[in-house]
Design a protein around this ligand. Structure first.
Ligand code: FAD
Length: 406
């Protein structure tokens, strides 16, 4: 726990410092070095900004804006594209939220299987504890458990070995990541695992190879025998039909409003800007509900401390920080007791926070809830209709409308 939080202090000041140090490297250096594995302690070419982006401590718009102040869009193309992969995955899942629900249902079924089937439990435990005998895999399992971070290429190799070589269910691997990653994100994680398994881009699994691991670890792992040569046979239903995005709105300026702060957006400037007077605020904690097991202590500590940092910043802007709750009923009773006429919040992508906000909407009590979508999400999500190649063509337009204050 200490190592993860020492490497990634859960404050906006630490996120901004990391961003400032990284910006000079976001051009050609990033493009050339991005695929080479590096640990969190010395991320080399990559930014290791993901814990700050995932929690909205830093917004994607401000990160892209900072990079474009220093580099041309062409020079920083690779980095910009990666940051917008995140928007693409979020948009893809927002248009097909049933994929998250199906993953959660299957995960809970597997949770029972792990309790009742000792063979599965032993193989799953060995993988999670880094005791499979596959050296790099075991090292990455340990690294993730200690630091809360893994380089992108290591995530790909790890997931590929989990699914195709160890033949464990991808949902258990996705859960292992979500419980340990400081950047654990329902969209990037679920769809990243499905992509490796070959059921996201259907029929195109990602196969880790000995040569590729040797090359991109600079020879640190030059012999990794016994990797699967053929993909695991995974059955998955076809992608669900696309749904319209859920409603967002505009707060009514005449109502007494309170802001809801949540773990998916810890610097919700666009939501604050949408209301003229905010007298109160309340915070939601939702990460615990993402898994039937328990999140690693460093994940809970990062979210808790990052929320506390955000509450202090917010208190400076709009007054005393209100309580922290984790259920729709508590949110409603607080709002009623405080005489709040309207709740305002930054819109949350598909995941536990959105589920809590949806359950608030479904109950009869409490004032209306208005979700304000960040402009970049509002512009990018509807574009994730098909593959990334199609989405990518819109990147110049997305950059054109970038507002660093959102
Ligand atoms: C199986 C698997 C699971 C993953 N799970 C997550 C997850 O839970 N949360 C998460 O944020 N990312 C996830 N990723 C994507 C990616 O690995 C991480 O975003 C990246 O490694 C974070 O490190 P960084 O900040 O140093 O990235 P950098 O290379 O510095 O990239 C900058 C930012 O761009 C975004 N980004 C980069 N690569 C990707 C990508 N492939 N997909 C989506 N966004 C990307 C991230 O926000 C990242 O912080 C996963 C990838 C795989 C293959």
């Amino acid at each position: 726990m200490t190592q993860a939080l020492t490497l990634f202090p859960p404050t906006r000041a630490a996120g901004l410092e990391r961003l400032n140090n990284f910006v000079p490297k976001a051009g050609q250096d990033y493009g050339a070095g991005r695929n080479f594995y590096a640990p969190a302690q010395d991320p080399k070419a990559v930014s290791a900004l993901s814990p700050y982006l995932r929690s909205g401590i830093l917004s994607q718009s401000e990160v892209l804006h900072a990079v474009l102040q220093r580099h041309s869009a062409k020079a920083a193309d690779r980095f910009i594209t990666e940051v917008l992969w995140r928007s693409y995955w979020q948009g893809w899942l927002a248009l097909r939220p049933g994929v998250w629900d199906a993953y959660q249902t299957e995960l809970r079924r597997l949770f029972n299987e792990v309790q009742t089937q000792s063979g599965l439990r032993q193989r799953w435990e060995a993988a999670c504890l880094g005791q499979t005998g596959i050296a790099p895999f075991d090292d990455w399992a340990t690294e993730l458990a200690l630091t809360g971070y893994l380089h992108n290429h290591a995530r790909m190799w790890f997931a590929s070995i989990w699914v195709h070589t160890l033949k464990l269910p991808w949902q258990l691997g996705a859960d292992f990541f979500l419980r340990h990653l400081l950047d654990g994100c329902p969209a990037s994680n679920t769809l990243g695992w499905k992509w490796v398994a070959g059921i996201q881009t259907i029929g195109k699994p990602y196969m880790a190879t000995e040569e590729n691991i040797a090359k991109f670890t600079d020879g640190a792992y030059s012999a990794v025998p016994d990797l699967a040569q053929t993909p695991a046979n995974i059955h998955a239903p076809p992608h669900p039909e696309r749904q319209p995005l859920w409603q967002t709105g505009k707060p009514d300026p005449s109502l007494r409003s309170a802001l809801i702060l949540h773990e998916d957006d810890l610097n919700p400037l666009h939501a604050i800007a949408a209301v003229t007077t905010l007298g109160d605020n309340i915070s939601l904690t939702t990460t615990a509900s993402q898994t039937p097991w328990q999140n690693a202590p460093h994940v809970e500590a990062f979210r808790k401390n990052a929320l506390s940092d955000a509450r202090h910043r917010l208190a400076e802007q709009i007054g005393t920080a209100g309580p922290c709750v984790d259920g729709a009923k508590d949110l409603a009773s607080w709002a009623i007791k405080s005489g709040i006429e309207q709740l305002v919040t930054a819109d949350a992508p598909v995941g536990p926070t959105k589920i809590l906000l949806d359950s608030y909407d479904k109950q009869a009590e409490g004032p209306p809830l208005v979700r304000v979508r960040a402009p970049l999400n509002a512009a990018a999500w509807p574009l994730a209709t098909a593959g990334f190649f199609k989405f990518r063509k819109h990147i110049p337009d997305l950059l054109e409308g970038l507002d660093p204050n959102t």
